[in-house]
Design a protein around this ligand. Structure first.
Ligand code: ADP
Ligand code: AMP
Length: 214
């Protein structure tokens, strides 16, 4: 099965992707995580992406499309993939469709996670992540057992620089202008499932598994 998770920053895509990918045996491909790894490794792509990411703008389509198609072509994705944070523009969605059609591996479902701007802003300004295993926490809704420390591996949790309030405002505006049109795009193709993502992590997870099962 090949799945896309759509939704604003902070909708809970990364949180739910872990559960869904395990449930259906999919490889989880987060464009944001891949870009952050490229930055950390100081690759040419990481350096090119840096300024866009810090401003809350989108990295150019051609860079993102070739980066994600490279991951989709890897052997671990042959049984199915879960795309998180990609595609984010109509050009990316069209490019993805064309490449997947060439390789005969079309998308099966696109899950749109619906949450309003006030909720996602609250979530993002309290997001903490584990730099070692990627586990995501929220200081009000899903805090770690000991403040600032990952429950699973004991690493010190970090905050993303782009979760500062001014950058969150910019990222949400980028989302409304460039990514939201994808809801109609996938709806016209008969692939869209809508999930109310404003509930608890458990309730949203259960609704998403139902949406993927169709
Ligand atoms: P995205 O990948 O869509 O940007 P994340 O999965 O990183 O979003 O979630 C953003 C923040 O919101 C994190 O701090 C996460 O712990 C928290 N979060 C995720 N889902 C929920 C939920 N259903 N209710 C409350 N907080 C949530
Ligand atoms: P995320 O982790 O999904 O919130 O993404 C963090 C940042 O990475 C975004 O604000 C963008 O700058 C960049 N990014 C991630 N995915 C994409 C994409 N599909 N297209 C363009 N830029 C992206």
């Amino acid at each position: 099965m090949n799945v896309v998770l759509l939704g604003p920053p902070g909708a809970g895509k990364g949180t739910q992707a872990t559960k869904i990918s395990r449930e259906f045996g999919l490889v989880h491909l987060s464009s944001g995580d891949i870009l952050r790894a490229e930055r950390k490794a100081k690759t040419a792509l990481g350096r090119q992406a840096q300024d866009y990411m810090d401003r809350g703008a989108l990295v150019p389509d051609d860079l993102i499309l070739s980066m994600m198609m490279d991951h989709i072509a890897r052997p671990d994705a042959t049984n199915g993939f879960l795309l998180d944070g990609f595609p984010r523009t109509l050009a990316q969605a069209e490019g993805l469709d064309a490449r997947l059609a060439e390789s005969g591996r079309p998308l099966d479902v696109v899950v749109n996670m619906e949450v309003d701007d006030a909720d996602v802003t609250r979530r993002l300004t309290g997001r903490w992540s584990c730099p070692t295993d990627g586990r995501i926490y929220q200081e009000m809704y899903s805090p770690p057992k000991a403040a600032g420390v990952c429950d699973d591996c004991g690493s010190r949790l970090t905050r993303r620089q782009d979760d500062e309030p001014e950058v969150v405002t910019q990222r949400l505006s980028t989302y409304h202008q460039q990514t939201k049109p994808l809801v109609d795009y996938y709806s016209h193709r008969g692939l869209l499932k809508r999930v109310d993502a404003s509930g608890t992590v458990e309730d949203v997870g259960a609704a998403m598994v139902r949406a993927c099962r169709g």
